[in-house]
Design a protein around this ligand. Structure first.
Ligand code: PGA
Ligand code: ZN
Length: 418
């Protein structure tokens, strides 16, 4: 039989923050056919599948991944060698069974996802198809509207800005190439605006500028100045926010902008922003356990704005089902390493779409040259991707892969016009 996994190899490599992470090679019939590198978050949700770290403070400040690497080269390898490489579901289910825990704490979600993605690549190579086509199967691909995170705050910067990500979303364009170009030009326009005001310093983990600003709202004003400064209208380019509010939620409320806010205060705050700024999407507006806050906001404003659950759903069907029941959000953020396998990620996305929700495929703040998510977004027809600013190769690599795919796939449409 051809097409069987003959070996899995793995090693420690580095991510974009200089932290160790797992790289996996998948061999089929003795040939290296697939390779993948696992990303890593900083504002990680409490319900994410477990990222296995060695915890030995003398090596990589405790962040070593030698145990995860070993799990790939020993236990996972033993279980999957001999399986047909393009039978992704069988491979993933075999690993899930081997792990046997609800949060992947036995093998580590980083070990499992590395193996899962390496096999996905190998399956595509075996069949001589681009990865996006291997994923889409009989469906056409769809180019995603990018969310470019051009102003970084929160856990991804050392500034005083609470909101983690201010993104531009070029949704009013005919092609991906035009949309991306408009977003990139807006990034350069933001640089010029910040420079004018003496606010140009370093950049954050996702390549966006990271100025200190007097208020979070000031960030929104800069976004509009950048869009218009680049010569575009706010009809063509909107704003997407990732508030990542779990990061500043304490027992007594949300510590934001020097105040302590209740969930109701936040609903009103966002409502005011929606009245004033061209905001299309708000991610993690409420904390990962604040189901009531989520539901109240989505009920009141869900017809006007995309309300995206990241830490809330952690790409897991169980949490998503709960959210669907409560009407907590109308979109899901998709991060493969939050759940740990390709198959489970696809199942969660399917559950979201079959309930009328959008999917937004996402990078992590710790990334690499791995571009799997670019193909993944196109092949699943997610329609949206967030993968940082057009700066630093760990972010740009995904946009460049999308530009290559766009040579073959032209469909591109705003997820907000149905
Ligand atoms: P993370 O941030 O990768 O640091 O979790 C990304 C996000 O919150 O969407
Ligand atoms: Zn997020």
């Amino acid at each position: 039989m051809v097409g069987q996994i003959s070996n899995l190899d793995a090693r420690t490599v580095l991510d974009s923050r200089g932290q160790p992470t797992v790289e996996v090679d998948c061999y089929v019939d003795g040939k290296l056919l697939g390779r993948a590198i696992v990303p890593s978050g900083a504002s990680t949700g409490a319900y994410e599948a477990l990222e296995l770290r060695d915890g030995d403070p003398s090596i990589y400040l405790g962040k070593g991944v030698t145990k995860a690497v070993q799990n790939v080269t020993q236990r996972i390898k033993k279980a999957v060698v001999g399986l047909q490489v393009d039978e992704q579901r069988t491979i993933d289910e075999t690993m899930i069974e081997l792990d046997g825990t609800p949060n992947k704490s036995n093998l580590g979600a980083n070990a499992m996802l590395g193996a899962s993605m390496a096999c996905l690549h190998a399956g595509a190579a075996l069949n001589g198809r681009p990865l996006w086509k291997h994923i889409s199967g009989d469906n056409e691909g769809l180019m995603p509207v990018p969310m470019l995170n051009i102003l970084n705050g929160g856990a991804h910067a050392t500034s005083n800005v609470d909101v983690q990500e201010f993104m531009v979303m070029p949704h009013g364009f005919e092609t991906f190439q035009e949309g991306l170009r408009a977003g990139v030009e807006t990034y350069h326009a933001l640089k010029a605006e910040l420079k004018k005001d003496g606010l140009l310093g370093g950049i954050g983990d996702e390549g966006g500028f990271a100025p200190n600003l007097p208020t979070n709202e000031e960030g929104l004003k800069y976004m509009v100045r950048a869009i218009e400064g680049a010569g575009y209208s706010t009809e063509e380019i909107g704003i997407a926010l990732d508030v990542a509010s779990t990061e500043f939620q304490k027992e007594d409320g949300y510590h934001m902008g020097g105040e302590v806010l209740s969930s109701d205060d936040l609903v009103d705050l966002y409502g005011g922003w929606l009245d004033t700024y061209p905001i299309l999407s708000i991610e993690d507006g409420f904390g990962e356990d604040d189901w009531d806050g989520w539901a109240a906001f989505t009920k009141k404003y869900g017809h006007r704005v995309q309300s995206v659950g990241d830490d809330l759903f952690v790409t897991q069907s169980k949490r998503l089902s709960q959210g669907i029941e409560l009407g907590a959000a109308n979109a899901m953020l998709v991060k493969l390493n939050q759940v740990g396998t390709v198959t489970e990620t696809l199942a969660s996305m399917e559950l979201a779409t079959s309930n009328g929700m959008n999917n937004v495929v996402s990078h992590r703040s710790g990334e690499s040259e791995d571009v799997t998510i670019a193909d993944f977004a196109v092949g699943t027809r997610a329609g949206q991707i967030k993968t940082g600013a057009p700066a630093r190769s760990d972010r740009v690599a995904k946009y460049n892969q999308l530009l290559r795919i766009a040579d073959e796939v032209s469909a591109y449409k705003s997820p907000f016009k149905r």
